[in-house]
Design a binder for this molecule. Structure first.
Ligand code: GAR
Length: 190
C-alpha cells in the first residue's frame, strides 16, 4: 500500500476529501500522517476523528530549525507521496529535492501564484479561474503542472464564494490526481 503524508494549515477540507477517499477505498493508499504548522488548525480534529496521526510543527523563529524538523518528520514517515493540501508555507529546497510532493493551488497556474490566488484572480477581472495540481519545487507555485480544472467566475462572486466553488473542484481533482499518480511511483526504500 502506498504511503501518503498530508500537509495542511487550516480547515483541511481538501485533506478531508483525501481521508474520505481512502476510507471508502476509492483511493488505495495509507495516510501515514497529517502535518500542520498551525497548532489550532481544524485539520487536527479531522485527523483525530479519522483515527489518523497528526503532527504539529509550529513555525520557529529559526527557519532552518523548522525546515529541519519538518524534513526529519517527513523522512520518518517514509511516504511515497507528500500532498500539500492547503499548506501555507514555502518548502525548503532540502525538502522539495528529497521527497515527491504535489500541491493543490486555487488558480490556473502560471496565473495567480502565491497565497492570495483567489483574491488576485478577482482583482484581475478574469472570467475564468480554477485549480492546478502541480509538483512542488523550491519556487512559489512554479513546479510542473500535473492537472488543471477550470471554474467560471460569476459576476456576483466575492472571494469567499469563488474560493468555495474552486475548492469543490480541488477536492475532486486532488483525489483523482493522487489515484492516477500512485501506481506510477516506484516504492520508497526504508
Ligand atoms: C485550498 O483552496 C488550497 O488550494 C489553498 O488553501 C485552501 C485550503 O482549503 N492553498 C493555497 O492557497 C496554497 N498556496 P482547506 O483548508 O479547506 O483544505
Amino acid at each position: 500500500m502506498k504511503r501518503i503524508v498530508i500537509l495542511a494549515s487550516g480547515n483541511g477540507s481538501l485533506a478531508q476529501a483525501i481521508i474520505d477517499a481512502v476510507t471508502s477505498e476509492a483511493l488505495e493508499a495509507k495516510i501515514v500522517g497529517i502535518i500542520t504548522d498551525q497548532p489550532h488548525a481544524f485539520v487536527i480534529e479531522r485527523a483525530r476523528q479519522a483515527h489518523l496521526e497528526s503532527y504539529i510543527i509550529p513555525m520557529h523563529s529559526d527557519r532552518d530549525f523548522w525546515n529541519s524538523e519538518l524534513e526529519k518528520l517527513i523522512a520518518a514517515l517514509n511516504p511515497d507521496l507528500v500532498v500539500s493540501a492547503g499548506f501555507m508555507r514555502i518548502l525548503a529546497p532540502s525538502i522539495t529535492e528529497k521527497f515527491r510532493i504535489i500541491n493543490s493551488h486555487p488558480a490556473l497556474l502560471p496565473a495567480f501564484p502565491g497565497a492570495h490566488a483567489v483574491r488576485d484572480a478577482l482583482a484581475a477581472g478574469v472570467s475564468e479561474t480554477g485549480t492546478t495540481i502541480h509538483w512542488v519545487d523550491a519556487g512559489v507555485d512554479t513546479g510542473e503542472v500535473i492537472a488543471q480544472e477550470k471554474v467560471a467566475v460569476l459576476p456576483t462572486d466575492d472571494e469567499e464564494t469563488l474560493h468555495e466553488r474552486i475548492k469543490i473542484a480541488e477536492r475532486g481533482l486532488i483525489v483523482a490526481t493522487i489515484a492516477s499518480l500512485l501506481p506510477t511511483l516506484e516504492p520508497v526504500r526504508g
